[in-house]
Design a protein around this ligand. Structure first.
Ligand code: SAM
Length: 346
């Protein structure tokens, strides 16, 4: 099952001269890179990291120059879509410059950002002007108290200001909500889903994944997307399946009757979409991770700092693509142990 189809969003057509993209050993075209700009975060979401999380020293993180060199090589190898994430990517002071430089790379069609939105309000317009296309903003509840309990320290008003600014700036918007048993598995999903009645956004419900380093893997009781869907339908009426059930990125998409936006369900645990996976992840400390939920990584920072030339780096990236595993190992109880989501770049 290969997927040469474009990832979620609205990617530009690659230039006619652009290379076709690399294939992994399973025949999938791998052309989407998620880049973590830092493992640090200004929130401490309970499903993501422990309250006492410590972050990497700066010298272990890729510098702007190292990062942009790698991004150029990925673009030359046929990567078409880049998403900046973290940690919290808006904590990186050079974010706008990094987006601008990435936008200038021949072959890069779409640039996205995944953020908690806290610092987005003043950044949305400069980011749009620098070439950012789309933003995914995490909001797990529209109830201040619940939002505070999940993020441990967030203010909902800051995030809402970020969403508004992104909308005004003309960025495509998706809202990410991780549904956690006993925290936001009540009416929160319904309130978030109702945002799509008025707004041309996609609100996505994500099944919680078991990262050992999140501190919750052992007692995790994921909320199946079917349960969230049923709750929304009871409150708002039947959801209409979109795109004949084909995935939009990793989400199966529905629409409430008459809604402007859509509702997505992302089910990596109960309904994996590995066969359609077209991505690699570059961690902030320069490891290339072939599967979000498997610990195998290829070290690029050491190679960069040992003076490797572009040919050596390209060969290492090609090899990493080839090694991409077919899928995650959750059914066999293989859980990611070495990093949590913030340390990988979700
Ligand atoms: N700080 C940014 C944010 O909050 O969106 C970007 C990084 S965050 C790690 C990226 C996404 O991963 C968020 O949507 C977050 O909700 C999600 N996430 C983190 N831990 C998760 C887990 N254990 N299971 C599912 N999603 C998770």
């Amino acid at each position: 099952m290969c997927s040469s189809s474009a990832p979620s969003g609205n990617p530009a057509e690659p230039a006619p001269s652009a290379p076709p993209g690399l294939r992994d050993q399973h025949g999938r075209v791998i052309d989407y890179l998620r880049v973590s700009l830092t493992d640090a975060c200004n929130l401490r979401c309970v499903y993501c990291m422990p309250a006492s999380a410590r972050f990497q020293p700066r010298e272990l993180l890729l510098t702007d120059e190292e990062l942009l060199r790698l991004l150029r090589l990925f673009a030359e190898l046929g990567f078409r879509k880049v998403r900046f994430t973290g940690g919290e990517p808006t904590l990186r002071s050079s974010l706008v410059e990094i987006v601008r430089a990435t936008h200038a790379l021949p072959g890069i069609g779409t640039i996205g950002l995944t953020t908690n939105g806290v610092r987005l309000a003043p950044l949305a317009r400069p980011l749009r002007q620098a070439g950012l296309d789309a933003v995914n903003i995490s909001i797990d509840s529209l109830v201040e108290d619940t939002f505070g309990r999940i993020t441990r320290c967030g203010r909902l008003a800051d995030v809402i200001a970020g969403v508004r600014a992104a909308d005004h700036a003309g960025l495509r918007i998706k809202i990410n909500c991780v549904v956690c048993r006993g925290l936001n598995d009540g009416g929160d999903a319904v309130e978030l889903a109702r945002l799509t009645l008025k707004h041309d956004w996609q609100v996505r419900f994500i099944e919680e994944m078991p990262f050992r380093k999140s501190g919750r893997a052992e007692q995790l009781r994921p909320v199946p997307p079917a349960e969230v869907l049923a709750r929304i339908e009871r409150a708002c009426g039947p959801l209409e399946l979109q795109q004949d059930g084909r995935l939009d990125g990793e989400a199966r998409v529905y629409r409430l009757p008459g809604a402007r936006g859509t509702i997505g369900f992302i089910s990596p645990v109960s309904n994996p979409f590995c066969g359609d996976c077209n991505r690699l992840r570059l961690t902030a400390d320069g490891e290339l991770r072939m599967c979000l939920l498997r610990d195998d990584e290829v070290q690029l920072r050491t190679l960069l700092r040992s003076g490797a030339d572009d040919d050596q780096l390209r060969a290492t990236i090609r090899h990493a693509v080839w090694l991409k595993p077919w899928g995650h190992g959750l059914p066999e109880k293989i859980h990611p142990r070495n990093r949590n989501m913030a340390q990988i770049g979700g």
